[in-house]
Design a protein around this ligand. Structure first.
Ligand code: AMP
Length: 249
């Protein structure tokens, strides 16, 4: 069975984000970019399924600028078999990505599609759900455990105050939560091997998808600076401050 994994190139999780002075977006100049952490977990899970003999091929797909090739090479170094870059300089919103992935799902016919639960740059948490609707496939979001059987997959999901296990018939869409696995570090030999793995490039036009944004960002702003914390000498002062200044008790 084939697994298709969607991976996004995002600002590295350790970078301190700065909004552009004119509020039109995030300043990406000279900023380190990485594989979205939830997507790294998605690749790791697909590779583990392959290592257990349950999956025959892992295909990583990224949509975006040419530099997404690096992100795809990271996925190939973790263990994906081949990559597909849907190359465009256009701003891609979740619906456009879902449409692009849907065409690739039609072409590749994977039994399982794994996405991250959200991209840490736009925090949309939409693409997997939209893809499930477009591809008319069952979906399980926020997976913390997956077990594949012949015709179905059992997915344990993190829900408020507990865990829920759902059974989906295959083909299906799964989005990953943090606790699904701990991704491996790519070893140097695997990074070298990844350079030789196949990486195809297509464009949204070739896939017949119009990626024109449907939403317009009106303003991007940094959170208001918080006042510095203080140390209080004793519990009585703390209680007095909570009562009289913060007015929370
Ligand atoms: P979002 O809905 O933007 O929070 O993204 C959810 C997931 O969709 C991500 O974790 C990725 O797996 C996938 N995704 C979003 N944007 C892209 C992209 N440009 N290329 C490939 N996968 C993407």
């Amino acid at each position: 069975m084939k697994v298709l994994v969607a991976i996004k190139r995002v600002v590295d999780a350790n970078v301190k984000i700065r909004a552009k002075a004119d509020g039109t977006g995030v300043d990406l100049a000279n900023v380190k970019m990485s594989l979205n952490p939830f997507d790294e977990i998605a690749v790791e899970e697909a590779v583990r399924l392959k290592e257990r003999g349950l999956v025959s091929e892992v295909i990583a797909v990224s949509c975006g600028v040419q530099a997404c090739q690096e992100t795809l090479r990271t996925a190939l170094a973790i263990g994906a078999d081949r990559g597909i870059l849907v190359e465009t300089n256009a701003e891609l919103q979740p619906l456009a990505v879902a449409k692009l992935l849907n065409v690739l799902v039609e072409r590749e016919q994977p039994q399982l599609v794994i996405l991250g639960k959200q991209a840490i740059d736009d925090d949309c948490n939409q693409t997997g759900q939209m893809l499930a609707a477009l591809a008319r496939m069952p979906q399980a979001t926020f997976a913390s455990k997956v077990e594949i059987a012949d015709q179905h997959i059992d997915v344990t999901r993190e829900i408020d105050g507990g865990l829920e296990t759902v059974r989906l018939s295959l083909p299906a869409i799964v989005t990953t939560d943090l606790r699904l696995n701990e991704p491996r570090y790519a070893t140097l030999p695997n990074i070298m091997k990844a350079k030789k793995k196949p990486l195809a490039t297509v464009t949204p036009d070739e896939l017949g998808v119009d990626v024109t944004p449907r939403l317009k960002t009106l303003k991007t702003a940094e959170p208001a600076a918080r006042p510095a914390g203080i140390k209080v000498p004793d519990v009585a002062t703390l209680v007095a401050k909570l009562k009289n200044e913060a007015k929370v008790i």
